[in-house]
Design a protein around this ligand. Structure first.
Ligand code: CTP
Ligand code: CA
Length: 226
């Protein structure tokens, strides 16, 4: 599934990026998902690859073109994304979790298409595993760890909680309640939440914002290496 191998090229760092939504099957023709377009994650993957870094993009289903010079690993479900990340994260210097991973998945996948009846239908859902929350433990990742936080209220406070609970070096917090930014949009307005400070960035095109983020993350990684 990998489109290109930059393993032998130097210098540059190894970067893992998760992107897009996941799809959780209900029956052979239906699934649960979310409105993530994958744009932010793909733009970040592109930004690092463009600077000559080695990028592995682990992505749920999107309609984004695969960026040039990026190793691409497509997945569908949260569980598949979890397995793909667990397999590859150890050799990474930087891991960026931009995917909108389902928090719940159907307890059972019906083997046949569910037929409608006159009665109500209740779907039973169970929790998926937290991939970003597994990066430090049990995956043992010691590199620069960046998460996203999609919030509709208490943006900075919720993001800061995720920063510490998932042991990240940075959380990119975006308010997904505003129409025209965040999910399923070309623009994004984010707050960078670091352990010791927060930096609010002006609303920006996702491609432009991705270049800025890549720079900020490389700076973080350089600081960690000192
Ligand atoms: N994430 C993940 N695996 C999951 C859920 C989330 O890797 N099963 C990652 C996302 O990619 C993102 C970060 O965790 O980088 C935060 O995702 P978000 O949905 O904002 O937070 P949750 O921890 O799922 O909490 P909640 O949705 O309840 O706010
Ligand atoms: Ca979530």
């Amino acid at each position: 599934t990998c489109t290109r191998d930059r393993e032998d090229q130097t210098p540059g760092v190894n970067v893992l990026v998760t992107a897009g939504p996941t799809r959780e099957p209900i029956d052979p023709v239906r699934y649960l998902s979310n409105r993530s377009s994958g744009k932010m994650g793909y733009a970040i993957a592109h930004a690092f690859a463009h600077e000559g870094h080695r990028v592995l993009l682990i992505s749920g289903p999107t309609s984004q073109p695969i960026p040039d010079h990026v190793d691409y690993l497509p997945v569908t479900t949260a569980e598949e994304m979890h397995q793909a990340v667990s397999r590859h994260i150890a050799r990474m210097d930087i891991a960026i979790f931009a995917a909108a991973v389902a928090d719940y998945t159907p307890a059972h996948v019906e083997p046949q298409k569910i037929k409608k009846t006159g009665a109500r239908l209740t779907l039973e859902l169970v929790r998926t595993r937290d991939i970003l929350g597994s990066a430090r433990e049990p995956f043992g990742f010691t590199g620069t760890l960046v998460g996203f936080a999609a919030e509709t209220e208490n943006l900075e406070q919720n993001a800061r909680h995720k920063l510490s609970s998932k042991n990240c070096d940075l959380i990119v917090a975006n308010d997904v309640s505003q129409p025209g930014t965040g999910f399923d949009s070309d623009r994004n307005e984010v707050i960078l939440v670091y352990p010791d400070r927060s930096v609010a960035l002006p609303a920006d095109d996702k491609v432009h914002l991705a270049n800025h983020l890549a720079e900020a993350i490389l700076e973080l990684a350089a600081g960690k290496a000192d």
